[in-house]
Write a protein that binds this ligand. Structure first.
Ligand SMILES: *Cc1c(COP(=O)(O)O)cnc(C)c1O
Length: 427
C-alpha cells in the first residue's frame, strides 16, 4: 500500500489482504481445509510449541480467518484480533482468559438480552459472577469493585434502546482499579466509534450484525488493544504465569502487546473450540468492504425514519439518540458524531395490541430476531423475546408492552417510511 497512513474506507477493503501468492486470486480465497502440511518435523514442533507462527489446524488458525482478524484489528486500531464462531463465543473466550472460579466482573445493566443470559446464568456454572451497574450513574460501577473483580464490560451503543455510554469515564474507573475495560462495539461498529481511542482495552463484536451486514453469516471477534498491563497485579495468571502446556512459557512476557489475543487463541479457542468456518470468514470479509457506506446509510435512514415517526399521532415516543432532544444526544455527538446507528425503539399509544398489530401489518420490513441486516427489521419484544417476563420486568428491561424495536436497513428511506405508515394505519 501507499506510504501515507490509509484511511478507514481503504482499510475496510485492503487491510490484511494480498493477492494469493500461488494463484494470483485477488479476493481472499476460502481456505476450506481442516489442516495444513508441515515443512518438516522441526517446523511442526516449533508451531506446536508457539516458537513459530503458522497454520496447523483450522480450529486454531486458518488463512481466511487471519485476513478477517487483521482487517478488524486495523479498523478498530488494535494490535491483533481473534475471529470466532459468534459474538457469544468471543465473550466466553474473553472472560475465560481473565476469570478464575469465584471471581466477578462489573457489567452494564443495559446489554443485548443474550449477553444478560450468558453472564447471569451460563457463567455461574464456571463460578464467574456478574454485578450489574447503571450507565446513567457511573458510581454504581466503582462501588461494586472488590479484590475478586477482574474487568468491566459495557456496550458502546447499547441494545435495544440505542443509548450511548461515557466510555472514557468508565475506562478511568477501570484503570484506577487496575482492571481492563471490555467494550462490545457491535451496534456502533468502528466506522461510527472506536472504543480503543476512548480508553477501552479489549473490543468484542458480534460480526453477525453490522460488520458482516447482510444477515447471512454468524461470527464474532476479539480485538486486543495492546495497552493493558497483564502482569502488573498478579490478577491475570493465564497471561502472567508460566503455562504448563507450553513448556512454562509466560504469554505476556513472550507476546507483549498482543498477548491477550494469543491467550484467547491458544488457551480458549484451542480448548473450547468455537472456530469460525472459513466460508463465514469470507462472507464477513466481503461485507466489511462496504462497512463505511452501509453504516452511514443506516444512520442517515434511521434519523430520517425517527424524525418522521416523532410527528406521527399514533406514536407515543421515539427513543433515538440521533434526535437532538434525546437525553444521550450530547454523548452521541461526542462519541459518534457521524451518526447514531440503525437501531432504536418506539412506543405506540395503543400499547401491547397496537404493537402486535403494527408488527404484523408491516410488508417490506421483516419481523425477526436480528439487527444489522441490509434489510429493515422489526420486533415487538413484549410478545416475543421478553414474553416470559412480568410486565414490571419488561418495563425495567426497556421492553414494556408498547415498545417496538426497529433496525433500519439501507433501502430507500421513503420506502421504509411508506411501509411503516401503512402498518401504523392498521395498528
Ligand atoms: C447479537 C449480539 C451479540 C451476540 O452475538 P452472536 O453473534 O449472536 O453470538 C452480542 N452483543 C450484541 C450487542 C449483539 O447484538
Amino acid at each position: 500500500m501507499t506510504k501515507n497512513k490509509p484511511g478507514f474506507s481503504t482499510l475496510a477493503i485492503h487491510a490484511g489482504a494480498q493477492p494469493d501468492p500461488t494463484t494470483g486470486a485477488r479476493v481472499t480465497p476460502i481456505y476450506q481445509t481442516a489442516s495444513f502440511v508441515f515443512n518438516d518435523a522441526d517446523h511442526a514442533a516449533s508451531l506446536f510449541g508457539l516458537q513459530a507462527f503458522g497454520n496447523i489446524y483450522t480450529r486454531i488458525m486458518n488463512p481466511t480467518q487471519a485476513v478477517l482478524e487483521e482487517r478488524v484489528a486495523a479498523l478498530e486500531g488494535g494490535t491483533a484480533a481473534l475471529a470466532v464462531a459468534s459474538g457469544h463465543a468471543a465473550q466466553l473466550l474473553v472472560f475465560h482468559t481473565i476469570m478464575r472460579p469465584g471471581d466477578n466482573f462489573i457489567a452494564a445493566r443495559r446489554l443485548y438480552g443474550g449477553s444478560i443470559n450468558q453472564f447471569g446464568h451460563a457463567f455461574k456454572n464456571f463460578d464467574w459472577h456478574v454485578r450489574w451497574a447503571d450507565t446513567d450513574d457511573l458510581s454504581t460501577f466503582e462501588s461494586q469493585i472488590d479484590d475478586k473483580t477482574k474487568g468491566i464490560f459495557i456496550e458502546s451503543l447499547a441494545n435495544p434502546g440505542g443509548t450511548f455510554v461515557d466510555i472514557a469515564g468508565i475506562a478511568e474507573i477501570a484503570h484506577r482499579h487496575g482492571l481492563p475495560l471490555i467494550v462490545d462495539n457491535t451496534m456502533a461498529t468502528p466506522y461510527l466509534l472506536r472504543p480503543l481511542e476512548h480508553g477501552a482495552d479489549i473490543v468484542v463484536h458480534s460480526l453477525t450484525k453490522f460488520m458482516g451486514g447482510h444477515g447471512n453469516s454468524m461470527g464474532g471477534i476479539i480485538v486486543d488493544g495492546g495497552t493493558f498491563d497483564w502482569s502488573a497485579s498478579g490478577k491475570y495468571p493465564a497471561l502472567s504465569e508460566p503455562r504448563p502446556e507450553y513448556a512454562g512459557m509466560v504469554l505476556h512476557s513472550t507476546f507483549g502487546n498482543f498477548a491477550f489475543a494469543i491467550a484467547c487463541r491458544v488457551l480458549g479457542l484451542r480448548d473450547f473450540g468455537p472456530a469460525i468456518s472459513p466460508f463465514n470468514a469470507f462472507q464477513l470479509l466481503t461485507g466489511i468492504e462496504t462497512l463505511p457506506l452501509r453504516m452511514q446509510r443506516h444512520s442517515d435512514n434511521a434519523l430520517a425514519v425517527a424524525t418522521w415517526l416523532k410527528g406521527h399521532d399514533k406514536v407515543a415516543w421515539v427513543n433515538y439518540a440521533g434526535l437532538d432532544d434525546h437525553p444521550n444526544h450530547a454523548l452521541q455527538q461526542r462519541y459518534a458524531p457521524k451518526g447514531a446507528g440503525a437501531v432504536f425503539t418506539i412506543g405506540l399509544k395503543g400499547g401491547y395490541e397496537a404493537g402486535k398489530r403494527f408488527v404484523e401489518g408491516l410488508e417490506m420490513i421483516s419481523h425477526l430476531a436480528n439487527i444489522g441486516d441490509t434489510r429493515s427489521l422489526v420486533i415487538h419484544p413484549a410478545s416475543t423475546t421478553h414474553r416470559q417476563l412480568s410486565e414490571e420486568q419488561q418495563v425495567a428491561a426497556g421492553a414494556g408492552p408498547d415498545v417496538v424495536r426497529l433496525s433500519i436497513g439501507i433501502e430507500d428511506a421513503a420506502d421504509i417510511i411508506a411501509d411503516i405508515e401503512q402498518a401504523l394505519a392498521k395498528a
